[in-house]
Design a protein around this ligand. Sequence first.
Ligand SMILES: [Zn+2]
Length: 958
Amino acid sequence: MINETSKKSKVNNNDLNKFYSDTLLLPKTNFPLRADAANRETLFQNRCTKDLYKWQMENNPKEMFILHDGPPYANGNLHIGHALNKILKDIVNRYKVLHGYKVNYIPGWDCHGLPIELKALTELKGVDKSSLTPLQIRDVAKKSALEALEIQRKEFISWGIMGDWENPYRTLDKEYEVKQLQVFHNMMKKGYIYRQNKPVYWSPSSRTALAEAELEYRDDHQSKSVYVKLPVINTKLDLPVVLDNLHILIWTTTPWTLPANQAVAVNPNIEYSIVCPNNDTSIAQNNYIIATKRLDALQKILGTELDVKFTFKGQQLIGTTYIHPINEKQCNIIDASHVTEESGTGLVHIAPGHGMEDYEACKKLNIPTFCPVDEFGIFTSEVGESTFEGKLVLTDGTLTVIEHLKKRNSLIKEEIFKHKYPYDWRTKKPIILRATPQWFANVEAIKQRAIKLLENVKMVPKSARHRLEQFTLSRNEWCISRQRYWGVPIPVFYESESDVPLLTDSSVKHVIEIFKKHGSDGWWKLDDQELLAPEYKNNGKIYRKGNDTMDVWFDSGVSWAFILEQTKKKDFKAIADLYLEGSDQHRGWFQSSLLTSVAVNDKVPYSTLITHGFVMDEQGQKMSKSLGNVISPSAVIKGGKNEPAYGVDVLRLWVASSEYANDVNIGKNIMSQVGENIRKYRNTARFMLGNLSNFKYSQLVEYEELDSIDKYMLHEIYHFGKNIKTFYDEYAFNKVVQALNNLTNVLLSAFYFDVVKDRLYADHITSQSRRNVLTVLYHILNIYTISLSPIAPHLAEEIYDNYKNIRHKEYESVFKLGWYDLNEKWSNQPLQREWETLKHLRNEVNQLLEAARKDKVIKSSLEANVKLYVNSSELLNLLQKHDLKSIFITSDAEISSQTIENYSDNNLTYVNEINLSDEICKIIVKRASLFKCPRCWNYNAQMESKLCKRCENVLSIN
Ligand SMILES: [Zn+2]
């Protein structure tokens, strides 16, 4: 029976609780707690990408903002670095849209070039590739590029990147190629384009010249280095005795270049010696000329003491003749100030066909360039020694040359030499230097002016300026010709007999007209006669068109010209407002764009330049298949093996959180943390949406009528908003994220929301106090959502979708609202100081409450009362102004100026004495003495199971 009764009374209590809880105004919203991002984001994607792009172009009031997209290469899959790049750009663009600019963002693709050509050819099965015509090769390459482009395009769009995806710029488009030729034509007329037979980086594996930017240096390259003696024939050296068997000693790490030797260089200011190995037992002793400073090193290397016979300045050696190591011709010792005493013998083998400095030194002396190596890296018949012909210079050729030297008794020493050596960045094979007639852009003539003009460019981070300047200054020329078919042809003809190039104003103009009809295919579709301008058709000479195409860095480097045309921008400081790419572009696209634009327009193509780093794994290691640490953007979004599907906004929040100026990290732990952050944003928004569900804009309360804590929150939001704008303006997105996290966790979730819950849930629906809170929540929600929107557009759209009815029914997208206004009134420094004191006190009280909870004296803070003892009248006045129990979330809080009373009742008490605003404040926490109100759970009811006074009042109003 007893059991039955107690059960019954429990039921009654439950009924009562249910009755009262139904009278509470708990949050109601359709905004789901769980993001289910991978699915839900697609609901909002068009609204904030495709539709928005068109809308802002037509409706935004301000001028155009151009972020010019650096074109990714239309080959292969997208990786996490692409996500970093495109998302950073999108954050900037969205921020600009919110500020009323017409954002012009036309995505681009770099479509020509060797890797695409090679990939397309490899994929052609069962076809004799050598039988393909240039047009057939170009067709398969084009198809391959367009396929890759389409896959990439879809993926970029899926990342919520807003732009004109229907009309991208592609370097293979006819209109683009015409622009490119026009830039080339312009540079040619200004004398910036020339042809020279000089050594260039040459990739035997790709069979083409390469630009500096296409090289990759490896530290562990092994060469065979040789010490070679060359007999002296005539010398003006003034020696007291006649020396027989006098040789010069040279050292080289590229023995295969010895057939191309044209001279030996010495530095006229260095001291040289004639030395004699003291282990030399031959009848006629060998005498070697070496730099004196190399004596010790050479004794070790050659394994013998060297007796010094004479010393003299290098100047005296100039004009000395010696016998060529291979062809036995007579050659000269020449003067070259680049020769040092740091390595080798101090006498340098000069092969102008295989070395840039060698070429420069010989050019001054009219010594011809000689290069007996073909495009495969094989010795030609010109090499002058039949056993060399047909051999690959880097392998067999090197060995054969060394054999030859041994036979001739010229080889003094051979060893393996490990050093830094350039490789082809695509094929990963070593390159050589090889002189061929190539076309160049004269960087020397432009670079100083370019550096000067860069002074007015804003650089983010600042250190990028030095890097870009250094890379630009260290470049003297730009080899723009490539020996492949998949590209834009260099519009040059050669006179059949003399090989003299024809490249004139009218010859190029004529080709441009042909391109307007046929695109660059016209170069191969039409015959030489049709390609020639009329005045060259019957001038008694026969011409053939050239076979070279342009470096793809030239293709992409002139993209500013296309944008200029597209946007019809006339009066400009720079063509684009912003270029934003990875740090590899300091020697790539940033530079090629700068050089071509300065050459043609005498203008820098960008007014701001943002550089980002590379993406590494959590340990800071480079990502690679072999390490198994590769994280793809789609795995982050859609989930992978044991990995959740985070959705696009988490990927984007990761980008925004990163300090992108350096290399950035990604991994499981990092993504899990970022996912947790976005979950908190979602919960925070959901709390506000739930409380604002029936709120009307007309119910907003005037600032003056708000409670102190509400005004204080507006003060905080005011400064949050100001900071957020500054951070976005400085492109410091990680600071935006920090500010958002701080607001979410510290000010909202752990403070304001906690304190105002009682007012929101238990006060009457029409009460001023409740409307005050809702007014503040509305402002916070709006500022919060807009602040978040450039970074997490899908989440922001979803939040906005759930509160737009409050005011802006006509605006479908949050991005159409524009950036928020901050009311100057909200900034209130005295109030801020007051609340710093109150928050300090709140923290101290919380610590005592926490101690009581730990001792199981109370469960919730509402089971406690607080009593404060303060002597200072100033502090007393401050504290008395505020509803302290709501700030502490306790059932009561009293303030007394009396001395502390004796707490010796049965309740456990918690006491602490603190320093508050330089005054003593004593805090006592003890169990609440009244009864729990069944509606609001405050311990303020006079009798058990009865309502407290506030709740009684609320329920008495209809
Ligand atoms: Zn109550």
